[in-house]
Design a protein around this ligand. Sequence first.
Ligand SMILES: [Zn+2]
Length: 217
Amino acid sequence: MPRTPPDATIRTQLALPLRFADGYSTAARVFTFDGLVDGREHLAFGLGDRAGEFTPGDRGSRLPLVRLHSECVTGDVFGSQRCDCGPQMREAVERIAAAGGFLLYLRQEGRGIGLYAKLDAYGLQDAGLDTYEANLALGHAEDERDYTVAAQMAHALGSSRLALLSNNPDKAEQLGGLGVVVSEQVPTGLHLNPANARYLAAKARRGAHTLDVPLVG
Ligand SMILES: [Zn+2]
């Protein structure tokens, strides 16, 4: 039985035009919330036909395309090549703007272990562990992300039924247990470079991500 999380409410919403380093730009509406269970400052970005003012209770005319993006300061902001987060986010914004929907920006750095611990894990990866083994060696779970706040935001945005832009089966499964109906799962592209090949291969192998990654090592 799904356990519906406590209600969150929209705290503020306002227009936030976006322009990325490659010149791509789009209209967006950024939302903040009251009542998110972990008390962190998570954001939602309405894109495409969801970039206009949102009236609580409005479910929209089309199924929203939604991406749960976990914060990655190194990848999202600084263009780190050790992961695929920056290109994933950039791709997601454009695809969601075309389809209409929301990007949920979740403040759970390093699969939930935090920024310093993520960098510690990089050090262990340089010594030969993969991304999951490194988290375990630091005393963390392989993946500590909890998507309860994402479900709360989806419900608050009238998107309790959605199409999920993701290769990660854990996201759809967790959302389904939180009263969100994932009607469709839409795969993202593969953003491969020499520095992230091992990381992506580990995600495909150990995280059961649906990624068609060439075998490495
Ligand atoms: Zn990253």
